[in-house]
Design a binder for this molecule. Sequence first.
Ligand code: ATP
Ligand code: MG
Length: 417
Amino acid sequence: VAPKIQAPRGTFDVLPEEARGRAALEHLAREILEPAGYGRIETPAFEVTELFARGVGESTDIVQKEMYTFEDGGGRSLTLRPEGTAPICRAYVEHGMHKQPQPVKLWYLSSFFRYERAQAGRYRQFWQIGAEAIGSDDPAVDAELITLLASLLDAVGVEGVRLRLSSLGSPAGRAAYREQLQSYLRANEDQLSDEVRNRIDLNPLRAFDADHPGTRAVMERAPRLLDSLAPDDAEHFAEVRAMLDEAQVDYEIDHSLVRGLDYYTRTVFEFTSDALGAQSGVGGGGRYDGLVEQLGGPPTPGCGWATGVERIRLAAAAQPTAPTPVDLYVALAEPAARATAFGVATEARRARLATHQELAGRSVKGQLRQADRLRARYVAIVAADGTTTLRDLAQGTEEELAAGEVVVRILRERGMG
Ligand code: ATP
Ligand code: MG
């Protein structure tokens, strides 16, 4: 026997029952985001590698170790998209969306690819729902986006949701703070983990993310970015908070909140769920006022978030979704009735009746059992000469008619004809 082939590590198949749950989630996302003015966008599954190198940041985990990068037949370096914001900003510039009324509000549900250590809630191909509002630095944009994600998580039934919020200020303020933090880290070098010590130059802010006990103790006394925000950044953050208070969205200010992407400015936030274990992040995002310009567009503010579909599914109380109810099961009284029965099934489907037909060579008894299992409303047992017995399984009634009358009969009885 040939050896079995399995799905690659960190990937999974979405089988029909799970697909129905995910479709329900997609439906909720659409119902929440479209009326708020967000239009669906889909970008390619791969982009030129430079987009992510520039747009996500060379010092990030994503660019340093998580990208699926390959060369195509033409020798170009391409990368399977690890996140959605940089591609959407690329599309914003490419399609001249700065000429539209601002902000341009977009949402997506797409799959993303990261070479990570696969475990529950962490995959190498995963799906995100995301929203971006590009072209306005109004704090109401930040508050609107955060409130919409809170509504989505609530509507889906994600349990134990907490929102952490912070501000990273502007690049200039952050640079000054960065130096201050670097001197502090160097002064306490002996207590830090190797990883953090090696990254003092490259990305000192990540020290706030560390699990290492010694590092954590040092970070508790570290200087805080929030305390050194420039006045206009502090004002922006205060307005975002006031709007969230007004909207009664609960949050905690978290000084240690550092988002994994380099491009964030001002507001950053993360939603976690107590229902998840180690991979507790359900969604997060922030403002990225420098990104569009970094990608070759005009200076343009932006803000957005992404939430993980698999983590939502893990953290939400299971809501069983039933398969589409079956209106009609077309059964064969004898094998020679195949073509006639096929005609009935096709006519029924064209009339939008949910119709199954016999495809497994079952006996008449077996076919009736199958119709029962599917909870079909009607069974039509078709003979080769077209004589058909139509059973209403809900009423327990039965009548004889011609094959060509079956669909009209059902439609009339259901008040559809
Ligand atoms: P984490 O800290 O868990 O690695 P992250 O900061 O890398 O998350 P983001 O890039 O902000 O995550 O992506 C937003 C959301 O996408 C996360 O909150 C999470 O729900 C989901 N997500 C991120 N990476 C994965 C993955 N490898 N598998 C499944 N979901 C993921
Ligand atoms: Mg990550």
